[in-house]
Ligand binder design. Structure first.
Ligand code: IGP
Length: 260
């Protein structure tokens, strides 16, 4: 059993419990549910955009505790002041130390910035949850879903006004994409072995449909990484640990963007 299998099994249990506690109708009553969402795709296409999507992540299975003291409102609003195009907020608690509270806090603090609900999405209920807690887009991990499941979740997300970022790590996973998908993220980290290789983006980037916005995810730590990936056709760069591991993630992000 890989870590991804373990996380997904745990997620299925969590979702079953959540459904017992909060009905779909209750989720739809959230004030966020009628909110107009903000497009990450449009933010990335704006002229002069930094392309940086900064993540709030306090721990991970690959790195353990990354930052115990970071406060979500302070860090995410600092990221936005630094010039990021979008935010990614982990909502998985067990493995990544995330929460819906964090997502909602990031939402309140940053009303004009697209926010990704970063979690392991397996069930349509979670798409409603994302909308109800203030997200603008969701992540679908191709390794965890069949092509049919991915299409169903994508259709639902689009119906709710959410954008969809599909994460791929292998050539076979690219086959699971469908034309409704807005953005494709190539994860440089193998979620099964935790190995990181930026060349994964370059290699798979060449095989992605032209219509989809390309994002390179994970293990990015230098301005050279970003320049190199831009040349390879990437417009978005999802960065977590490089900022979160410092005492002042927002400051680290501001310095990084200044040097781009
Ligand atoms: O902290 P990093 O190496 O900059 O990576 C950020 C992001 O790409 C990573 O957290 C991530 C990519 N795909 C995921 C899926 C689930 C949880 C987390 C992730």
């Amino acid at each position: 059993m890989t870590i991804l299998d373990e996380i997904n099994a745990n997620k299925r249990r969590e979702v079953a419990e959540a459904k017992e506690k909060i009905s779909l109708d209750d989720l739809k009553k959230s004030p966020f549910f009628s909110r107009r969402t903000i497009s990450l795709k449009a933010a990335l296409h704006k002229s002069g955009s930094s392309g940086i999507i900064a993540e709030f992540k306090t721990k991970s299975p690959s790195k353990g505790v990354i930052n115990e003291n970071a406060e979500v409102t302070e860090v995410t609003s600092g990221y936005v002041a630094a010039g990021v195009c979008g935010l990614s907020v982990l909502t998985d608690r067990n493995y990544f130390g995330g929460s819906f509270e964090n997502l909602a806090k990031a939402r309140f603090a940053n009303p004009a910035t697209p926010i990704l609900r970063k979690d392991f999405m397996l069930d349509p209920y979670q798409v409603y949850e994302a909308k109800a807690h203030g997200a603008d887009l969701i992540l679908l991990i191709a390794a965890s879903l069949s092509k049919e499941e991915m299409l169903k979740l994508t259709e639902l997300a689009k119906e709710l006004g959410l954008e969809v970022l599909v994460e791929v790590h292998t050539q076979e996973e690219i086959e699971k994409l469908n034309p409704l998908v807005d953005l494709v993220g190539v994860n440089n980290r193998n979620l099964k072995t935790f190995e990181v290789d930026v060349e994964t983006s370059v290699r798979l980037g060449k095989l992605l449909p032209e219509s989809m916005v390309r994002i390179s995810e994970s293990g990015l730590s230098s301005v050279e990484n970003i320049r190199y990936l831009r040349k390879a056709g990437f417009e978005g760069f999802l960065m977590g640990e490089n900022f979160m591991k410092t005492d002042d993630p927002a400051k680290a992000c501001a310095e990084f963007i200044k040097n781009l």
